[in-house]
Design a protein. Structure first.
Length: 309
């Protein structure tokens, strides 16, 4: 079935309007994750200071021993281990939100807890997105490797001018290929949630012949996200400057006490900044993800939209 790309692009706003409490639930999830991450980072400041002293001491040694190098690497590994939990937790939260948005579009009546769950739907979404992410990453690696070889061959055969042309053409080809693959795989999460199975490549069948409408829908949704983020910066930027998070994130030279202050989750300004950022992130997720669930529903005629939980 055909679908309206323009109509689907606004599904995120309709979802939030139908159930504003869903936005509240997503915001709380983001805020808890953000504040917990800030607290975890604040515990690393002292360890980083000590490790930096070790690095500076080693720089004054002409030929550091293997034991010194290993001790330095071990210290850095111990520091990173303190925040190692962020990656898996972020992946789980991303899967929960992706499944929640799809669930909200495909079956809006099941709205308890803002459509958030932690069950097999989320496991399937996590696995599917992780696998597809690996595939796209591998494809990009191979493409850029081929690009480098192409530039090298062009330079050897035709000089700098030929290498420059090959570089530009090759880069544009990689970008176009990445966009094409992203669009063709864009319905994987809605299919996974709606049909309760691992839908790794089923999106190719549904997106066949619909590349341009889906691309236009994605671009329109992205433009709306940029507008939301631009407008929200009127609030987030001052809060970030007051709390110290903005100047710290921009890489300003600050002592450890300033960094600790910027990461202090008991500071009301830090909490306010985290909450506002969480609201923007939650709204962004709805704006970006919901159109693809709406496109899936329109293309399939809603045949698989009866989600029972």
């Amino acid at each position: 079935m055909a679908f309206s790309a323009t109509d689907a692009a606004f599904e995120g706003f309709r979802l939030v309007r139908r159930n504003p409490l869903a936005l509240v639930a997503w915001t709380l999830l983001y805020a808890v994750l953000t504040l917990t991450a800030l607290f975890s980072l604040s515990t690393m400041v002292g360890s980083l200071e000590a490790w930096t002293v070790q690095v500076e001491a080693m720089e004054s040694v002409d030929q550091p021993s293997l034991e010194q190098v290993m001790a330095l690497m071990s210290g850095f590994g111990a520091i990173m281990a303190q925040v190692a939990w962020l990656l898996p937790v972020s992946l789980v939260v991303g899967a929960m939100l992706g499944a929640a948005v799809a669930r909200g579009v495909l079956n809006p009546s099941r709205d308890r807890f803002g459509y958030l769950r932690l069950g097999m739907d989320e496991v399937r979404v996590l696995v599917v997105t992780f696998v597809l992410g690996l595939i796209m990453g591998l494809a990009c690696f191979v493409a850029f490797l081929a690009w480098g070889l192409l530039i090298g061959a062009a330079k050897a055969g035709g000089g700098g001018g030929a290498a420059a042309i090959a570089g530009v053409v090759g880069f544009l080809a990689i970008v176009c290929g990445f966009v094409w693959l992203s669009v063709r795989l864009s319905l994987a999460v809605p299919i996974t949630v709606a049909e309760k199975r691992f839908a790794f490549f089923d999106s190719f069948n549904l997106t066949k012949g619909r590349f341009w409408p889906l691309l236009g829908m994605a671009i329109l949704a992205l433009v709306m996200v940029l507008v939301v983020q631009l407008l929200s910066s009127i609030v987030t930027l001052p809060l970030g400057l007051i709390s110290g998070l903005e100047s710290w994130s921009m890489g300003a030279d600050q002592d450890s006490e300033a960094v600790r202050a910027a990461l202090d989750v008991t500071n009301p300004w830090v909490i306010a900044h985290a909450v506002v950022e969480a609201i923007v992130s939650a709204l962004t997720v709805g704006i970006l993800y919901a159109p693809f669930a709406a496109a899936y529903q329109d293309i399939t005629g809603g045949r698989s939209g009866a989600i029972d939980h």
